[in-house]
Design a protein around this ligand. Structure first.
Ligand SMILES: NC(=O)c1ccc[n+]([C@@H]2O[C@H](COP(=O)([O-])OP(=O)(O)OC[C@H]3O[C@@H](n4cnc5c(N)ncnc54)[C@H](O)[C@@H]3O)[C@@H](O)[C@H]2O)c1
Length: 427
C-alpha cells in the first residue's frame, strides 16, 4: 500500500478477524447492486477525483452500505480513516473486507467504552481535513481533546437527529469550531431513512431477537417523530395494535389522526406487549414502568443512544437474568414477572439486525457524499455553524432515485410556472 502524506493507509486497521473479508465483500457487492444513486456518483467522479487531498475521518455504523460510501469516497480520491459509532452495530465481515482492500478502519462488534474512544483517537492520527459523524462523538472528541486539529478541518457532516441536536446546541453556545452540514435534515434523508428505514429495520431487529407474532400484540411506540412514525406504521401493517406516547402536542395529534391510540407511558406500561423507544431523549422507560408491565413484556430502543430505557433501574428490580436467545436478555423480577430487553437497549435495528435496507441508505449516503464534496470545495468559506443541504441537492437525488426505478414524473409547464408566481390570478 502506497504511503500518502506519510500516512500508510493500508496497514492501519484493527478489526475482529481479517479472515472474514471474503464474506464481507459479498455483502458489500449485494449493497452496491441496490444503491444506484451512490454508485452513479462513484462512476461520475472516479476519473476526475475531486476529493483528492481530502483526509476524511468517519465515525458511523459500519454496515455494508457504509462500505459502499467509504469506497465511493476513496474512488473519488479521498483518503479515509474509519470507526463505527456504536459498540454493537459493526458488521465484522464488512470491517474486514474494507481493511483487506486498504481502508484504514478501527472497529469491531462488542467493544467497550474505552475501546470505543480509543478507535476514534486512531482515526484522528492522520489529521483529517473533513469529518463524518453519526451522533457527533467524533466531532466532540476533536473539540474536547484535540481542538488544535480544528483549524485544519474544512468541515464535517452529521448523519442523525441526535447528533444534529448536539451540534446545534454547541453552535448556539458559540462552541462549534468548524462548519457542519446536517445531512440528517435533508428531505431525502430524514423523510425516508428515518421513517421507512427505521420502520422496517426496527421490526426486523425485534423479530430476529424474539421471533414473536406481531399480529394482535399491543405495540407501544414512544416518540412519534420520523422514526417512531415509521415503526408505528410498519407495526400496524403487521397487525399490531399500536399505542403512541409523546410530549409534543402536534406529533401526538398526528398519531391520533393516523389511527393510533395516544396516552402517557405510565398508562401504556400496563397495556403493552412490545415497547420501542424512538425519541432521542433519556429515561423514557424507567423503574415505575417496569413495575407495571405484563409478564413477558418485550422492551427495545431504536433511538441513537442507549439512555432511553433505564436498564440500571431494571437491574435493581431483578431476581435473575439470563440470555434467552441472541440479543435478548430475560429479566425475572422479584415478583416473578419476566421482562425481555432486546439488544441491551441499544439501536435494535443495527444491533439485532443489519440496519436500514440498502435502497434507503442509497439516498442518505448520496447526501453524505455530495455534502463532503461541497465541504471540500467550499468549506473554508462557510461559517462555523450547522448548515442545511441545498434544496436542489434533495431534488436531484430524488430525481436520480426515481429514474433508477424507471419512473418519470411530470414537469411544470411554462404557463404553470407563471401561474405559481402570479399573485393576481384568482377565481
Ligand atoms: N435506529 C436508527 O437507525 C435511527 C435512524 C435515524 C435516527 N435515529 C435516532 O432516533 C431518534 C429519533 O429520531 P427522529 O428523527 O425520529 O427524531 P424526531 O425529532 O423526528 O422525533 C422524536 C420524537 O420524540 C418525541 N419525544 C421527545 N421526548 C419524548 C418523551 N419523553 N416521550 C415521548 N416522546 C418524546 C419528540 O416530541 C419527537 O416527536 C434520534 O435519537 C435519532 O438520532 C435512529
Amino acid at each position: 500500500m502506497a504511503k500518502k502524506n506519510g500516512y500508510d493507509e493500508g496497514k492501519k486497521y484493527k478489526v475482529r478477524d481479517i479472515e472474514l473479508a471474503v464474506d464481507g465483500r459479498k455483502r458489500i457487492d449485494w449493497a452496491e447492486s441496490r444503491m444506484p444513486v451512490l454508485m452513479s456518483l462513484r462512476e461520475k467522479y472516479r476519473k476526475t477525483k475531486p476529493m483528492k487531498g481530502m483526509r476524511i475521518a468517519g465515525c458511523i455504523h459500519v454496515t455494508k452500505e457504509t462500505a459502499v460510501l467509504v469506497e465511493t469516497l476513496r474512488a473519488a480520491g479521498a483518503q479515509v480513516s474509519w470507526s463505527g459509532c456504536n459498540p454493537l452495530s459493526t458488521q465484522d465481515d464488512v470491517g474486514a473486507a474494507l481493511a483487506a482492500t486498504g481502508t484504514s478502519i478501527y472497529t469491531w462488534h462488542g467493544m467497550n467504552t474505552k475501546e470505543f474512544y480509543w478507535r476514534i483517537e486512531q482515526t484522528l492520527n492522520f489529521k483529517p481535513n473533513l469529518t463524518l459523524d453519526d451522533g457527533a462523538d467524533l466531532i466532540m472528541t476533536v473539540h474536547t481533546k484535540h481542538p488544535g486539529l480544528a483549524p485544519g478541518i474544512l468541515g464535517g457532516t452529521e448523519e442523525t437527529t441526535t447528533g444534529v441536536h448536539r451540534l446545534r446546541a454547541m453552535a448556539d453556545d458559540g462552541k462549534l469550531l468548524y462548519p457542519i452540514i446536517a445531512v440528517n435534515d435533508a428531505e431525502t434523508k430524514w423523510d425516508f431513512d428515518n421513517v421507512y428505514g427505521t420502520g422496517q429495520s426496527s421490526l426486523d431487529g425485534i423479530l430476529r431477537a424474539s421471533s414473536v407474532l406481531l399480529a394482535g400484540k399491543t405495540f407501544v411506540v414512544a416518540g412519534y417523530g420520523h422514526c417512531g412514525r415509521g415503526v408505528a406504521m410498519r407495526a400496524a401493517g403487521m397487525g399490531a395494535n399500536v399505542i403512541v406516547t409523546e410530549v409534543k402536542a402536534t406529533a401526538a395529534l398526528k398519531a391520533t389522526l393516523e389511527g393510533f391510540r395516544v396516552m402517557k407511558m405510565d398508562q401504556a406500561a400496563k397495556l403493552g406487549d412490545i415497547f420501542i423507544t424512538a425519541t432521542g431523549m433519556k429515561d423514557i422507560i424507567v423503574k415505575k414502568h417496569f413495575e407495571r408491565m405484563k409478564d413477558g413484556a418485550l422492551v427495545c430502543n431504536t433511538g441513537h443512544y442507549d439512555c432511553e430505557i433505564n436498564i440500571e433501574e431494571l437491574e435493581t428490580l431483578k431476581k435473575r437474568k439470563r440470555t434467552i436467545r441472541e440479543n435478548n436478555e430475560e429479566y425475572t423480577l422479584k415478583d416473578g414477572r419476566r421482562v425481555y430487553v432486546l439488544a441491551q437497549g441499544r439501536l435494535v435495528n443495527l444491533a439485532a439486525a443489519e440496519g436500514h435496507p440498502s435502497e434507503v441508505m442509497d439516498m442518505s449516503f448520496a447526501n453524505q457524499f455530495l455534502s463532503l464534496l461541497r465541504l471540500a470545495r467550499e468549506g473554508k468559506n462557510l461559517d462555523a455553524a450547522v448548515h442545511d443541504i441545498p434544496v436542489k441537492q434533495d431534488q436531484e437525488i430524488a430525481k436520480i432515485k426515481l429514474s433508477t426505478q424507471g419512473m418519470v414524473i411530470d414537469k411544470l409547464s411554462k404557463e404553470q410556472i407563471e401561474y405559481a408566481t402570479d399573485y393576481l390570478a384568482g377565481t
